[in-house]
Each structure stands twice: as C-alpha cells, then as structure tokens.
Design a protein around this ligand. Structure first.
Ligand SMILES: [Zn+2]
Length: 447
C-alpha cells in the first residue's frame, strides 16, 4: 500500500539482496583507485567464483526451474568449488525460456522494474525482467574506465532501438548514470526520429559519441550528404560504439574513415546485457568480467572447450537478481584467448565468429559471413550494402558499386577474382544499384 508521503515510493538506496557483498568489492576497488579491467587473474577469478555461487544460491532459493535442474544434475547444495566446476551446472537453452515469462524469474513479479524482449525474428520472443536495482545499481557497479572514455563533457547520440529490446535504454543508462554523459535518444528510424532530424539534432547539440549498429552508422553517413550535413565539420565525433549486428574489421575501418573517428564494437544481448567490448587495439572483445562469466562449449557434445578453440558462447550473468542467466546458450560462435593485449587490460579476449545458423556452407566447409564480408570490403570499389545468397552450394554475391570508374561487368569480374584469390571460392556476382537500406537489423545473408 502506498504511504501518504512525498518521498519516492521506491528507493533503490535501501535495496538489499544476495549481491550486497559485491557492492563492497567495487567500493574496495574504488578505494584502491582501480577498476576490474587490470586486476590479477587470481583476483578476478575469486570474484567470479563468489558471484557465480551467490547467483546459484539465489536461483536455488527463488526459482523452481533452476533448482530442479540443479538437483537433477546431482547438486545437493547450490555451490561449486572452482570455476571449472561450472561445467557441471546445466545449460540454459533458448527454447526453454522462449515465450515463457516466469520460467527463470527469480523475484516476486511485483519487484519487476522493466521488461525487455528479444527481437525474435522467428517465433515467440524471449522476455527478460529486470528489477530497478538490476538496472540502476548492479548493472552499473563494474565500470570499465580504461575502455569507456565518455564523461560529462560528452554528448552521446543513441541510435539504437528503444522499443522492446535492451540496447537503447541500456546504453542510455550506462552513459547517463555511470559517466554523466548527456544523451540524445535518437532511436533507430522510428516514427519520431527520421534520419534527417537525427542528424540535425546531432549537429545542434554537437554530439561527440554515437552508439548504433554498423548498418545504421553507414546509413547515417550516407544520408548526411543528401541533407547537406558535413561529417567532420557539422558533426565531429570522437567515438562510435557499434552493437546489435556483427561486422568485419574492414567494414569498421571504412566507418572510421567516413566518420573520422575511432569505431569500436560492443557485444551484448537483450538476455545477458553487456558481454564484451573492444579496447583501442581492436584485437577482439575484452570480456566484461565484472558482469559475466563466459565459457565456450562444443555445441554438439556440450563439453567445455579450451582457449583458442571455436565453439558456442555460453554466458552466466554475475550481477542479476530479477532474471539471472545461468550458463545461457547464446547461439553465437567464438573463441576465447588469454589477454596479451598491449592495452594492459587483463580481461580475457573473445573473438566472435557469428551466429551458428548464419554460417555459410561452401565446398564442405563453414564460412562466417563476417569473414566473407571482410574479403568483399577489401575491394574499395564495393559499397557497404551487399547480400550473400546461397543456392545449392553456390555463393551469389550481390554488391553495389562505390565511387568507382569500373563498369558493372568489370567490377563483377574483379569481385569474382578477388574472392577466388582470397578463399578459393568460385562465386556468382551481380552488381545492383538498388539494395534496400535497412532501419532494422540489416539482412545480408540468405541461406
Ligand atoms: Zn586490449
């Protein structure tokens, strides 16, 4: 019942949960003047083991499904002795939670602060429930200040979906609350935010940071010419964060050239939040080890794979009370490496290899679309919009020309030769001038 008072009804300052010890952990780091990014492996692993155990205890006590799964796997108590033992905890599959808003909910429904949905192009969505404390305390506890340079001096334009999914609001909270950055909530091609108005707002408020998807970053820069907005003069960015879709390093470098600023990737999902982020070396994603424990498994045998071996990315969230993800099968492929990064960050490095279902099978081998994109983007005469179509084992590339003196026939021949040289694949090429621009997730692969 609401009390008769002008105080806020909800105070997250007084909130208490199984995650309280981790507030102390980050307070301790503050006192030492450090972040989790450059801690010793021992200290990070101690933290992660404690956080995994706190999460296991929480879901054991608060969620029937998780508890029954753990009991079936032989757990007498919700506890592992080492991070290696995490492999004995049952995996969480998408199909189990798809369309089911209760299955892994681990708080009283009245404590839900916000619900996000996956975009779910096929079938039912996956619901993710956050408490207010998840959003405004726990999710913002670990900061990665060596990676994120944003401050209250910056203005961040967020051109990511705000409807249903996490990205728009997630980046908004991060910038506003963790860094004090001013925010322009552009959204992405929505009814209220056409491209020209979005560019105009970035110009008026002198945006210094842009968070968006690779294809939308390309669309904005492409459309700026049409609206007479000069990138580098009217809009001068310091940094672009890309998320939502993967892309190759060559695509990223093109965006850097066009926008005249550094472009980095952020890897996350609506279910798990932030998972990995690129430092300025751009040699893979440092795992956000304050937020998640990442493992790689063989998708068929479900056995853990060592560093260097490509498999499915498994994520366990460490700082969630509403709906913790325990050994969640992301469906994304990649491999882990120990960090030897010259940036000095000790957090493991994750290399993404795309989604399992979007691999292209050519000559009996699986090819990541990003790898093919990488080779295609090596050709400067090719634009940023393309399709890969697979038809009875034959790859057809539809590409647009970009500021090239070559005729369509010459360009098609050049692409065919380049792809044959680079990966030994004979492909068909069609040069098009009308590849549709996308406001949603860009569809580039037709399998
Ligand atoms: Zn690094």
């Amino acid at each position: 019942m609401k009390s008769q008072t002008h105080k806020m009804t909800v105070s997250i300052d007084e909130h208490s949960s199984h995650l309280d010890p981790f507030k102390d952990f980050y307070k301790q780091l503050d006192d030492e003047g450090r972040t989790i990014e450059k801690l010793s492996r021992q200290r990070v692993e101690d933290y992660q083991l404690k956080a995994v155990n706190a999460t296991l205890a929480h879901v054991w006590n608060k969620n029937e499904y998780y508890r029954s799964q753990l009991e079936e796997a032989g757990f007498k108590e919700p506890r592992i002795e080492s991070l290696d033992q995490l492999a004995s905890v049952p995996l969480l599959k998408k199909d189990v939670i798809r369309g089911d808003k209760q299955k892994i909910l681990s708080v009283d429904p009245k404590d839900i602060g916000q619900v996000h949905l996956t975009s779910g192009t096929s079938g039912k969505p996956i619901y993710t429930a956050y408490t207010l404390a998840d959003q405004y305390i726990y999710d913002l506890l670990p900061k990665y200040l060596d990676i994120f340079k944003e401050s209250d001096e910056d203005v961040a334009a967020i051109a990511l979906p705000y409807e249903f999914a996490l990205p728009g609001l997630g980046f908004q909270r991060l910038f506003q609350f963790a860094f004090g950055t001013g925010v322009l909530s552009l959204g992405k091609g929505g009814y209220m935010a056409p491209v020209d108005k979005s560019l105009e707002l970035m110009k008026e408020y002198q945006a210094t940071v842009l968070a968006t998807t690779p294809s939308y970053a390309a669309l904005l820069v492409e459309q700026s010419e049409k609206y007479g907005i000069r990138i580098g003069e009217d809009i001068r960015l310091k940094k672009i964060w890309l998320t939502g879709e993967g892309c190759s390093s060559t695509f990223r470098e093109r965006l850097e050239k066009w926008w005249g600023c550094e472009v980095s990737f952020f890897y996350g999902s609506t279910e798990c939040g932030g998972v990995g982020v690129e430092c300025s070396e751009h040699r893979g994603y440092h795992v956000m080890e304050g937020h998640v424990k990442v493992e790689i498994i063989d998708p068929v045998t479900e056995k853990p794979l060592p560093y260097g071996k490509t498999g499915e990315i498994i994520v366990t969230t460490l700082l969630r009370e509403g709906m913790p993800m325990v050994r969640y099968r992301s469906g994304d492929m990649g491999y882990l490496q120990k960090s030897r990064c010259t940036c000095g960050i000790t957090m493991d490095v994750l290399h993404l290899r795309g989604r399992m279902e979007s691999m292209l099978r050519l000559n009996g081998e699986d090819y990541s679309p990003f790898l093919l994109e990488h080779f295609l983007m090596e050709i400067p005469d090719v634009g940023m919009w393309y399709h890969f179509k697979l038809n009875q084992g034959v790859l057809k590339i539809e590409a647009e020309p970009f500021r090239t003196p070559l005729s369509d026939e010459q360009l098609a021949a050049k692409i065919r030769k380049h792809m044959a040289d680079r990966i030994g694949i004979d492909c068909q090429v069609e040069i098009r001038h009308d590849i549709p621009r996308s406001f949603g997730k860009a569809t580039r692969v037709f399998n």
